[in-house]
Design a protein around this ligand. Structure first.
Ligand SMILES: Nc1ncnc2c1ncn2[C@@H]1O[C@H](COP(=O)(O)OP(=O)(O)OP(=O)(O)O)[C@@H](O)[C@H]1O
Length: 325
């Protein structure tokens, strides 16, 4: 692909681990089982998938932290294993959570510390730090110790840290994890701004709406394989999902879910469990009117609400990966 800055071809990665306590047995975990994709300059490319799908392994290989078992991955034309020194100055990675910055230092001093690791000259460094603090909305708080920051501020500082070497490619592993909706939105706005500045971003997230809002293209990974790769719009279309019935109930049994699956027109059934009630998500062909048949199955349950809506990216994901969300 022309303009590709990341090229992954038939990548495999196994981990050797042990199972059992007394009689330890060697087990091979196939974290990546032959994935291929390319990312263009300036693109926001999303990796979506359930826990253990292989997203972090992919990011670790592409950020030169891990060698693949076989296959090839190139970043900016260089092999991620063998030519990593040519790559490292042009990339950076930001992991979600609060690790990676020093709480006893101020935000600014953290950035000074990390720029020293990259041996950035002082005249460039100070200007860049001011710009980065401005970009992530921490100009006024830059001189306060990180231990006084909120989670959202720490995560924004992480973004500034990840930009300290002015990387062309940024890997973001679940950047908004644990943030409240406002903190998460502020972070997404920064990610959009980075894309406007032609940075290439490879992002993993568990939040579908986030992938839908941010990503130009998304690869859905399951069990080490890419099961779909397209724009969010096409992912929603290509799965022929037409409608979704959302039903909130107090208590639901597998027997009833099995009954619902058998109703004509029903394609998938998933359950999201909340503390007190459950949300049943039923994807169905809109050539069928299933509502009454579903309510007949649930006649002995307490139904709190029923809502029919169009498909979201989350629905395409459920279909491709299967199971509950
Ligand atoms: N160091 C390791 N040793 C053994 N197995 C590992 C190691 N790291 C990852 N794995 C296994 O490899 C598989 C892929 O893990 P990976 O962390 O890449 O998944 P992920 O998609 O990032 O998951 P999550 O969403 O939970 O972060 C999992 O089965 C995981 O248990």
């Amino acid at each position: 692909m022309k303009d590709s800055v990341i090229c992954v071809e038939n990548l495999y990665r196994d981990y050797e681990t042990t199972k059992g306590w007394l009689n330890k047995k060697k087990v091979i975990v196939k974290a990546l089982a032959g994935i291929s994709f390319e990312v263009k300059k300036g693109e926001i490319f999303g990796l979506l998938g359930p826990n253990g799908a292989g997203k972090t392994t992919t990011i670790k290989i592409l950020s030169t932290l891990l060698a693949p078992t076989s296959g090839e991955s190139r970043v900016l034309g260089y092999k991620t294993f063998g030519e990593e020194n040519m790559i490292r100055q042009h990339i950076n990675f930001i992991f979600g959570g609060e690790l990676g910055v020093y709480r006893r230092l101020s935000g600014r001093d953290n950035l000074v510390y990390f720029s020293n690791l990259y041996k950035i000259r002082k005249n460039i460094r100070d200007k860049r730090i001011d710009e980065l603090l401005e970009l992530v909305g921490l100009s006024e708080k830059g001189d306060l110790k990180v231990e006084t920051y909120s989670k959202g501020m720490i995560q924004r500082l992480q973004i500034a840290r990840g930009l300290i070497n002015d990387p062309e490619i940024i890997y973001l592993d679940e950047p908004t994890i644990g943030l409240d909706p406002i903190g998460a939105r502020e972070l997404r706005d920064i990610i959009k701004e980075l894309s406007l500045r032609r940075k290439t971003i490879l992002l993993t997230t568990h939040y579908m709406h986030e992938a839908d809002e941010l990503c130009d293209r998304i690869a859905i990974i399951n069990k080490g394989k890419i099961v779909a790769l397209d724009t969010p719009v096409n992912l929603k279309k290509q799965n022929r999902i037409t409608s979704v019935l959302e039903i909130n109930v107090l208590g639901i049994y597998d027997k009833e879910l099995e009954e619902i699956k058998k109703i004509e027109g029903v394609e998938t059934v998933a359950v999201k469990k909340n503390d007190q009630w459950q949300l049943i998500l039923i994807q169905f062909k809109n050539t069928h009117n299933i509502t009454q048949n579903v309510l007949n199955v649930l006649k002995n349950n307490t139904v709190i609400s029923v809502n029919e809506r169009g498909a979201l990216l989350e629905d395409a994901y459920v279909r491709l990966v299967g199971g509950s969300i």
